[in-house]
Design a protein around this ligand. Sequence first.
Ligand code: SAM
Length: 277
Amino acid sequence: MAAIDGLPPLRDVIARHGLDAKKALGQNFLLDLNLTQKIARTAGPLEGVTVFEVGPGPGGLTRAILSLGAAKVIAVERDARCLPALAEIADHYPGRIEVIEGDALKTDFEALAATVDGPVRIIANLPYNVGTQLLINWLLPRAWPPFWQSLTLMFQREVGLRIVAEADDDHYGRLGVLCGWRTEARMAFDVPPQAFTPPPKVTSSVVHLTPIAEPMAARAETLERITAAAFGQRRKMLRQSLKPLGGETLLAKVGIDPQRRAETLSVEEFVALANAL
Ligand code: SAM
């Protein structure tokens, strides 16, 4: 039976192209096109938009993005075995998909965006071993506002909770401060292990991030030094954990009680500390 977009069901595509999932590449495929459409819809309207996708694999999410009207998908995939399956999608949607075979961590997405007319959104079911680093790269491009209008990304639920966490939340840490500084981040929905082939051990979550037009001024490296020190000893008082960076003197400069702990500080307070350093 053909799938909703007239292309063969993903299970057949995977069997025909011998795409046995490789653990080392974080391969957990989504075969349900209703679910991949739900993820793609979370990104917002796609008409006229170029979507950057990391790790299209057999193309379930790619197909959803194209079926929802994206002008084009530029997909970076490390596993060459997936290219013939993606070429079939390209035949079905002529001129609307470009596949770059390579490592997304080494891809200059910002330079790629400069070659694109119109808005760019990033949508991906990320390989778990590189997902957080890719997110950090996208949060720290050379120019701001960034080259992307939104990031709609699947992570392990635990990582998703860290991305959207705010002060006084157990999941609040370095990632939450960075995301809170530069974006509005929200949890969209959870995806159970059984939705994937093969199923991962844990629940996944789709998070959606949009850039803050003018984030508070701060140097990313300094902010990172502060949050690394503060959350490196998250149960300790700040006067202790920030000792190598000036401890009580630094805290006094911005009027923060040295007895507080890292997870009680707002993003604004971390930015103030970074600027005082
Ligand atoms: N998008 C597909 C889906 O939703 O069914 C596959 C998602 S799977 C979780 C992750 C994909 O990322 C795999 O296709 C894998 O080969 C690819 N991948 C892993 N590491 C990568 C990297 N460093 N750069 C680009 N793609 C990578």
